[in-house]
Design a protein around this ligand. Structure first.
Ligand SMILES: NC(=O)c1ccc[n+]([C@@H]2O[C@H](COP(=O)([O-])OP(=O)(O)OC[C@H]3O[C@@H](n4cnc5c(N)ncnc54)[C@H](OP(=O)(O)O)[C@@H]3O)[C@@H](O)[C@H]2O)c1
Length: 320
């Protein structure tokens, strides 16, 4: 099968489309023929060799050269203990090495709803789970709360707007001019265009701030938070050595003594949350926004697009 690998750390130029053996599913795994995948910042950090990531993935060169996480496709075979999926089922989920024609999956997999395409389903897993877990598990979102999404137009942010609306919140989105109309269409009640106005000077106070951008200082964010608000940090500016760690430490220190609660988290894949997202897709509460789909052979271009920092919604890679 064809798969994308990164034999060394570096820019998207290191990516190679190679032939690998087709995997065989273990007893508790499904073999999925991948139709589409999507690109995420996690892949960017892995590929470029973020210092912290190297501690796990190999200091001088990657131990596992496969890349990609999100997939949508069709089950081709199942192990003898798999009862909830069968060949021919359309599925989506998350699994390392998903920039490939096939993946074997055990945990994070659900049936793909009929009302979304493979490309749309492939947009969901990482970004959707990050939005869901950040708002529900860490932010403890409640109906009627005023919720601010900073960085509302990217992969994570566009899901965060919709997930927050699905939980009954009053949502304010922060994005640039070209994304204002779309943020409204995704359900935002109010939108700040950060190129024209400073959302930290609007006078409004929020119960929960979901931060998918992290470009402002704590003293700015503090102005818009109620005293008992939750401040959930999903990500921030891309720093090559330690990624979000410097922002995390800086924010933690700046928040010492603050009355607001601070949460930083790393999204965890599990079947239950893929199932929650599946139901949100089916009910129409969440609709993935795909900015562009690249052919499989152009994964490097898809990564460059993401790496430029201004993707709208999700960038997809199509294997079929
Ligand atoms: N904690 C976790 O487990 C987890 C999981 C996934 C991702 N993340 C993190 O979440 C963050 C967002 O990821 P993503 O996939 O959504 O990235 P992305 O798709 O690359 O986000 C790009 C978006 O950021 C917006 N943006 C850039 N500068 C901005 C600014 N000053 N103010 C507001 N928005 C701005 C851009 O909008 P404009 O073009 O309109 O500027 C663009 O739409 C990243 O830092 C990533 O590392 C964390």
């Amino acid at each position: 099968m064809k798969a994308v690998t990164y034999p060394q750390y570096g820019s998207p130029d290191v990516l190679r489309l190679v032939d690998l053996d087709k995997p065989t599913p273990k007893d508790d795994e499904a073999l999925v023929r991948v139709h589409a995948s999507s690109v995420n910042i996690a892949e960017w950090y892995t590929m470029t060799g973020l210092f912290l990531a190297r501690l796990g993935s190999g200091f001088f060169k990657p131990k596992d050269t496969r890349l990609g996480t999100d997939f949508a496709g069709v089950v081709e075979a199942v192990g003898k203990n798999v009862t909830d999926f069968k060949p021919g089922d359309e599925v989506f989920g998350g699994r390392s090495g998903a920039f490939a024609e096939y993946v074997t999956v055990r945990k994070a997999i659900a049936h793909k709803p009929a009302n979304v395409t493979f490309e749309e389903a492939a947009a969901v897993p990482t970004a959707g789970i990050t939005a869901l877990q950040g708002l529900r598990d860490h932010g403890k979102i409640q109906p009627g709360q005023k919720v601010l999404i900073h960085g509302a137009s990217g992969g994570v942010g566009s899901f965060a707007v919709q997930v927050a609306k699905a939980f009954g919140a009053e949502v304010t989105a922060v994005c640039s001019t070209k994304n204002v109309e779309r943020a409204r269409r995704l359900g935002a009640d109010h939108v700040f265009d950060y190129t024209k106005e400073d959302f930290t000077r609007g006078g409004q106070k929020y119960d929960l701030l979901f931060n998918a951008n992290g470009s402002r200082s704590w003293s700015d964010y503090k102005r818009v938070l109620k005293p008992n608000a939750a401040f959930v940090l999903a990500g921030g500016p891309r720093t090559p050595l330690v990624g979000p760690l410097s922002l995390l430490v800086k924010t933690r220190l700046a928040m010492l003594g603050a009355s607001q609660k601070f949460f930083f988290f790393v999204a965890q894949f599990n079947r239950e949350d893929i199932q929650v997202l599946k139901e949100m897709l089916e009910s129409g509460k969440v609709k993935p926004f795909v900015e562009k789909t690249y052919p499989f052979a152009q994964v490097a271009d898809a990564m460059r697009h993401l790496g430029a920092g201004h993707a709208s919604g999700k960038i997809i890679v199509a294997m079929r």
